[in-house]
Design a protein around this ligand. Structure first.
Ligand code: FMN
Length: 191
């Protein structure tokens, strides 16, 4: 592949210093190390999106920015906290907003690998949230990566530089990134 694949990261929470967003940034850095270009749409951006309204009408600039970023992406990484056993409303609303791509030749997340990262204060919510996110990615015609990262945020996960304190977490995030980049590169070769 001559062109660097573009990997778009969607995720984080409204909370300043979001653990979920830090995890996503680590994964995007790992994707860059594998040769990708990356673009982050973090918690502040996603929480500023209006609640998706399916009735025909005006879409705002942020909604268009999200839809266009996904159209351009060769791969996507979604990072959500576990909120009451599933993904957060902010992340679900961003994914609902992809309805704007419904009539495209390649709608939603078609032909894209989608890496998954979950943070939660316990393993039970991490597991159920990962399953929920994968089901949504399937509904959006995406290809969830074989490996999904599940981080237990009950302890401090990142140091002051934003790096993982635990090598196992660093490995999880790098593995998600590697699988998304690898799929994008294989897809480019097959075209
Ligand atoms: C509304 C809400 C619901 C939550 N529900 C759960 C839950 O069901 N199980 C769990 O383990 N953690 C739960 N948590 C904790 C978050 O998943 C966890 O703190 C996450 O890492 C927060 O991400 P952040 O640092 O990016 O804000 C919840 C937090 C909030 C604010």
């Amino acid at each position: 592949m001559t062109k660097r694949p573009l990997i778009v990261g969607l995720g984080g929470t409204v909370r300043a210093g979001s653990t979920t967003e830090k995890a996503l940034i680590c994964a995007l850095k790992a994707a860059e190390a594998k040769g990708a270009e990356t673009h982050l749409l973090g918690g502040a951006f996603l929480s500023g999106l209006p609640i998706f309204d399916p009735r025909p009408g005006e879409t705002n600039a942020a909604q268009q920015e999200l839809a266009d970023a996904i159209r351009r992406a060769d791969g996507v990484i979604v990072a959500s906290p576990g909120y009451h056993g599933s993904i957060s409303g902010v992340i679900k609303n961003a994914l609902d907003t992809l309805e704007l791509t419904r009539t495209d030749a390649e709608p939603y997340l078609s032909h894209k690998a989608v890496g998954t990262i979950i943070t939660a204060d316990g393993w039970q919510a991490a597991g159920t949230t990962l399953m929920a996110l994968r089901a949504i990615i399937h509904a959006l015609r995406g290809w969830p990566t074989p490996f999904g990262a599940a981080l237990n945020a009950g302890v401090s996960l990142f140091d002051e530089a934003g790096d993982c304190r635990d090598q196992k977490d660093a490995w999880q995030l790098a593995t998600v990134a590697e699988q998304v980049v690898e799929f994008a590169q294989m897809k480019a070769l097959s075209r």
